[in-house]
Design a protein around this ligand. Structure first.
Ligand code: KIV
Length: 271
């Protein structure tokens, strides 16, 4: 495995150059200091402090309940573990949808209170004014199209989006609008691979896919899914690289048995 550790700090410009050079962009989520340190140290390009924290850290069924204060807590912990990669922080549900002034105020809080480098928000034309306002304040914005989990109650299901021509056309239009509004990249979640390829080739900013095929400019996975911390979520697009759930369970069982058997601590493990 070769990891590009030569670039000192990854910026939004680095990602643009990577797209132009045909180098794939790697992104993973993280929500705390220790894992951010591992992921950044391994050479990832981008860490997303995703609102998926609502699911994998807090145990909620959807991403809707997580608050701006909670996102700020997670993001500031991540930032303390990062030296090299670009950190993108999700604006949570309810912190930007009502109007562009509120959206800007939320984005400013993220930047001031976490030290994060950029924000991400979900949606196309509907949130364009907010994107423009945030970008003109100097804050880099990553867009997110396709399956946008904050709208799960409108979709009613987590299945693949934009299979129908109407929705695919809206996504094509939205991608262009986000590019024109100044987004530095766009997440494409759970859409047909052919559509993701077409969109990726039609815009100059990078696309980062999750369940959107291999022709996006980069890929993102939720850390808990790819490390097998959370083993209940097994969609087709997921590649699981480790089974931490199984290994951690075995370690905890061994600890319980060692303590019960009076084997731990031994003479060398005491003062
Ligand atoms: O919150 C998140 O983890 C995300 C990724 C699925 C892209 O938005």
């Amino acid at each position: 495995m070769s990891v590009n550790k030569e670039i000192k700090k990854v910026t939004t410009n680095t990602l643009l150059k990577m797209k132009a050079a045909g180098e794939k962009i790697t992104m993973l989520t993280a929500y705390d200091f220790s894992f951010a340190k591992i992921i950044d140290g391994a050479g990832i390009d981008v860490i997303l402090v995703g609102d998926s924290a609502s699911n994998v850290m807090a145990g909620h069924e959807t991403t809707l309940p997580i608050t701006l204060d909670q996102m700020i807590y997670h993001a500031s912990s991540v930032i303390r573990g990062v030296h090299r990669c670009l950190v993108v922080v999700d604006l949570p549900f309810g912190s930007y949808q009502s109007n562009s002034d509120i959206a800007l105020a939320s984005a400013v809080r993220i930047m001031k209170e976490t030290g994060g480098h950029s924000i991400k928000l979900e949606g196309g034309e509907e949130v364009l004014d907010s994107i423009k306002k945030i970008v003109s304040a100097g804050i880099p914005v990553m867009g997110h199209l396709g399956l946008t989990p904050q709208s799960i109650y409108r979709f009613g299901t987590y299945t693949v989006r934009a299979k129908e021509e109407d929705e695919a056309n809206k996504l094509r239009r939205d991608a262009k609008l986000l590019e024109e509004a100044g987004c530095f990249a766009i997440v494409l979640e759970k859409i047909p691979a052919a559509l993701a390829k077409e969109v990726s080739e039609s815009i100059s900013i990078p696309t980062i896919g999750i369940g959107a095929g291999g022709n996006c400019d980069g890929q993102v996975l939720v850390m808990h899914d790819m490390l097998g911390i959370n083993t209940e979520f097994k969609p087709r697009f997921l590649r699981q690289y480790l089974n931490i759930h199984e290994q951690a369970t075995k370690a905890v069982q061994q600890y319980i048995s060692d303590v019960k058997a009076k084997d731990f601590p031994n003479e060398n493990e005491q003062y």
